[in-house]
Design a protein around this ligand. Structure first.
Ligand code: DX5
Ligand code: ZN
Length: 222
């Protein structure tokens, strides 16, 4: 599989906005449209209000294609379920700094399994909470909505944290990607990219677009 760097602009359609009754076709549609990664939102009804899907869905998607799977765990005990998501075929697993776990050991566990490790933080969480872990991650996920549901509005007030993360990354000579998630469409992607995000998660603006290929192309040109 291609080795992506933070100079690549990566478009990651979020399957949360797909038609679950035709999930394999929906994933193929996202790949054919030019999506680079598939973003899979796992929600436990506890860490966030909503319940989405678990490792069985990740495994089913993995079985139908070999696209890079970016798994976003919005669950209270990520360490407890890690083995199942690793086995399901995740290429990258992001865990939340606000969840209840020993973060350093969870991140180490993910990497030990040969998977990339991501660290997610909510709009209300200061960057100082994730700062001590920046040398232990492959991706920093800045939530640009309060997690739980697709279709919410992008919060531009998160951008200063993205800019600061870019500054820390170069100061410390690190290589992690910066991903934005929530309310991303070709126009909000301009602000996010300008701030320094290179991975753009997009649910509604890709899967619900009348022409998904045109939508993904618009992200490339943004
Ligand atoms: C929100 C999820 C997002 C969601 C984004 O809690 O983490 O990944 O799918 O959906 P849109 O792009 O519709 O805001
Ligand atoms: Zn997500």
């Amino acid at each position: 599989m291609k080795r992506w760097t933070h100079s690549d602009r990566i478009v990651a359609p979020s399957v949360l906005a797909a038609d679950f009754s035709r999930i394999a076709e929906e994933c193929s549609r996202a790949i054919a449209a030019g999506g680079d990664w598939l973003h899979l939102d796992v929600m436990d009804g506890h860490f966030v209000e909503n319940i989405s899907f678990g490792p069985a869905m990740v495994e089913a998607i993995h079985a139908t294609n070999d696209i890079f799977l970016d798994v976003h765990l919005m669950i209270t005990n990520p360490d407890r379920y890690l083995p199942q998501f690793l086995k399901a075929g995740a290429d990258l697993i992001s865990v939340h700094v606000e969840a209840d776990h020993d973060l350093a050991s969870t991140l180490a566990e993910i990497r030990k399994a040969g998977c990339l490790a991501g660290l997610a933080f909510n709009p209300a969480t200061p960057l100082s909470e994730v700062e001590p872990f920046l040398d232990q991650i492959d991706l920093l996920l800045a939530m640009t909505v309060v997690p739980g549901f697709g279709g919410q509005s992008f919060m531009p007030e998160v951008m200063p944290k993205v800019e600061e993360a870019v500054r820390l990354r170069s100061e410390r000579a690190l290589e992690f990607h910066i991903e934005v998630d929530g309310g991303i469409d070709p126009s909000t992607a301009v602000a996010a990219s300008a701030a320094g995000a290179n991975v753009l998660v997009a649910g509604s603006s890709t899967f619900k677009a009348p022409d998904m290929s045109a939508a993904v192309r618009a992200f490339r040109d943004a």
